[in-house]
Design a protein around this ligand. Structure first.
Ligand code: DX5
Ligand code: ZN
Length: 237
């Protein structure tokens, strides 16, 4: 039996987490308000360093801006950076609630997960599409969330890699077998065409960037994604 995960108190699951990477930064506050007014409580902030991934996005300053725009939101900071441990305190100061980092970027992931939790935050581990789940098996008891990358990290607007669904299903099985309670997140290429299938596979948090911010009607798109995710999870076998 899966143990109760305190993260599930943050919002009902499955949930949709807009990725601010795809937002219009000239009106970030308004973009965020449109999300929170549409029932979103979870926001995803993608920090990229141009080293671990081939792109530079933004740093903790934008996390801080998101915190000011949405004091009540749950801020999920996805670090796509080398040596993630160096930036934990900056992210905490900026107002993060959860920090996830890549298993491929940290030789001391066990220590980093615990360092994040010791600061009173939730800790997540992310893995690239080419990384086998066995690489994080021993980390699972330490983690609050596993972020399954369904695109190669670095850019928004890429195509969903279908084999990610198998990873989600295997994580669901492992979680049950190990008696753990981490949440499962998918990140990359999520839209209305696949949200149902993804949550049917057992995914708890669906990150969506270009699907939401690429739409003229963000509210309608968010509602549609929620609808699909809820239908999918109700058909979870
Ligand atoms: C990819 C980022 C994702 C990205 C998702 O490197 O981690 O969070 O913003 O964007 P879409 O939904 O456009 O694939
Ligand atoms: Zn991300």
């Amino acid at each position: 039996m899966t143990q109760f995960n305190p993260l599930s108190k943050i919002c009902s699951l499955p949930t949709i987490a807009p990725s601010l990477l795809a937002a219009d930064f000239t009106k970030l506050g308004q973009e965020i308000s449109e999300c929170t007014d549409s029932g979103v409580d979870w926001l995803h902030c993608d920090i990229m360093d141009g080293h671990f991934v081939p792109n530079i996005s933004f740093g903790p300053m934008i996390v801080q801006a998101a915190r000011s725009a949405a004091p009540e939101a749950f801020l999920d900071v996805h670090l796509m950076i080398s040596e993630p441990g160096r930036y934990i305190s900056d992210c905490i100061k900026a107002g993060a609630n959860l920090i996830s980092f890549h298993a491929e970027a940290d030789a001391h992931a066990h220590r980093t997960l615990n360092a994040i939790k010791e600061e009173g935050l939730y800790a997540g581990i992310a893995i690239n599409p080419g990384t086998p789940l066995t690489q994080i098996e021993e980390l699972l008891p330490e983690t609050d969330l596993v972020c399954v990358m369904s695109v190669n990290p670095g850019f928004g607007g890429q195509r969903f890699i279908p084999s990610s669904l198998q990873k989600i299903k295997r994580l669901v099985t492992w979680r049950e077998q190990m008696g753990l309670n981490f949440l499962i997140q998918i990140d990359g290429g999520v839209g209305t065409a696949n949200a149902e299938e993804i949550s049917q596979a057992g995914c708890d948090i669906l990150v969506a960037g270009s699907s939401i911010f690429g739409s003229d009607n963000r509210k309608e798109r968010i509602q549609k994604l929620f609808q699909k995710a809820i239908i999918g999870s109700s058909n979870f076998a």
